[in-house]
Write a protein that binds this ligand. Structure first.
Ligand code: ATP
Ligand code: MG
Length: 390
């Protein structure tokens, strides 16, 4: 008996004429993620991608990989039979044992796209349902709210039987919504922000500002590790690590203390967007959440955004910390994020940062110093490298 996996579209199914473009990207992403799992034959039909192993492979591993690919709404692991009802019954019913042995109720949902198949849909449902009841007498049928829905599809190339529906990652395929540069700190919020933008189809690059010797190598390694973890969702990440010490020291020595944080953030944004312009990236992403700290008040965000020529996406902006933590746990970044290494943002932070900075004051303070040579130097010292999805 052969098995295959059906990957059913999430939101792509709702697309109109341009659906094909999204499908192409999704199939490309799936091929890339499964490249080390074996050989597969791919077929697309009716908002579903059929992934059929050619030769040996570990389907559990394949499912684990597929579960984190954005664009897939649901996964279904199925047995493939000849289009012969006796075979479907005799082999399909035992195949379902694992899924059915601990359930109480089920129903059969049949689809017959091959109209030459001699039985009609209600007949398939009734006959297969009867055979299941006979084999598993502890079950009863519940057509409205079954615990398990057994699927039986009669299609061009064969009959598919399945009872295992796994929820997919949802979202849009990575690569279908442009490129974004994630400001990645070692904290809890920014990896979550990157995950959320990748979920909407953005290709994520990451930029990290380090301030040695105030920040350590281990702090940087922690950030690289976070980037590595989210590659499971985002795919490979181009990583930019900016030497930021000199700018921070200059800020400390030349600016009003209470404006230190906001000026630092504006300079981070300036460097980030110059890299975007060079790399053809369209937007910035941060892990900011409204009101979380002094630099994340609306007044502060106004002052930060005034330094930006491109959109700044803040997918965590409306979320509580507990909601962000929940996602961080789900995507497995939380335990790394809480490791206690310093971030450049916590170096030289003022005791009393302004929560209502005034844009004119901020701009005046920034313009009182010529930052340009230092910005350029920081960019020149930034050597990008690829963090690969294992
Ligand atoms: P996070 O949990 O993401 O670190 P946070 O709550 O600690 O966020 P801040 O330290 O104020 O908040 O940083 C706000 C955002 O600025 C971060 O989410 C991140 O996008 C960006 N950021 C902060 N520090 C750095 C850094 N060293 N390099 C790159 N981006 C940073
Ligand atoms: Mg932080």
């Amino acid at each position: 008996m052969n098995e295959l996996i059906m990957a059913k579209y999430g939101e792509i199914a709702l697309k109109g004429l341009n659906k094909g473009t999204f499908e192409d990207i999704l199939v490309k992403n799936i091929r890339r993620r499964l490249r080390h799992c074996g050989k597969f034959h791919y077929m697309r039909k009716q908002s579903t991608i059929y992934i059929e192993p050619v030769g040996e492979c570990d389907l559990d591993e394949v499912i684990e990989k597929l579960k984190v690919i954005f664009g897939i709404g649901a996964l279904q692991r199925c047995a493939v039979f000849e289009k012969d009802f006796e075979q479907i019954k005799s082999q399909g019913v035992p195949y379902l044992e694992n899924a059915l042995k601990n359930a109480k109720t089920f129903k059969v949902d049949a689809k017959r796209s091959d109209k030459s198949f001699p039985m009609k849909t209600p007949e398939i449902q009734a006959e297969l349902g009867g055979a299941i009841l006979e084999a598993y007498p502890h079950l009863s049928v519940d057509v409205h709210n079954p615990e398990i829905t057994v699927m039986c599809e009669i299609r061009d190339k064969g009959a598919y039987v399945s009872a295992e529906r796994i929820i997919g990652a949802g979202g849009m395929p990575v690569g279908s919504s442009g490129k974004a540069l994630l400001l990645l700190s070692g904290g809890i919020d920014s990896p979550v922000a990157g995950y959320m933008m990748a979920k909407r189809g953005a290709i994520i690059s990451a930029i990290h500002f380090e301030a040695p010797p105030y920040t350590s190598d281990r702090a940087k390694m922690k950030v690289e590790k976070l980037a590595k973890i989210i590659t499971a969702y985002c795919g490979d990440i181009n990583f930019f690590c900016v030497p930021f010490t000199e700018i921070q020291e200059l800020l400390r020595d030349n600016c009003p203390e209470e404006l230190f944080t906001i000026l630092m953030r504006r300079l981070m944004m300036e460097i980030a967007q110059r890299i975007c312009e060079k790399e053809d990236i369209q937007a910035l992403v941060t892990g900011e959440s409204l009101g979380q700290v002094a630099s994340q008040t609306m007044y502060a965000m106004v002052c930060t955004d005034a330094a930006c020529r491109m959109p700044v996406f803040r997918p965590c902006v409306g979320m509580d910390k507990s909601e962000i933590v929940e996602i961080a746990r789900k995507i497995d970044t939380f335990d790394t994020s809480i490791l206690p290494y310093e971030d450049c943002c916590t170096v030289f932070t003022p005791k009393h940062p302004k929560t209502r900075p005034n844009l004119a004051d901020v701009e005046a303070a920034q313009n009182a110093f010529d930052w340009e040579p230092y910005i350029q130097k920081a960019i020149e010292g930034t050597k990008p490298y690829l963090i690969k999805n294992a």
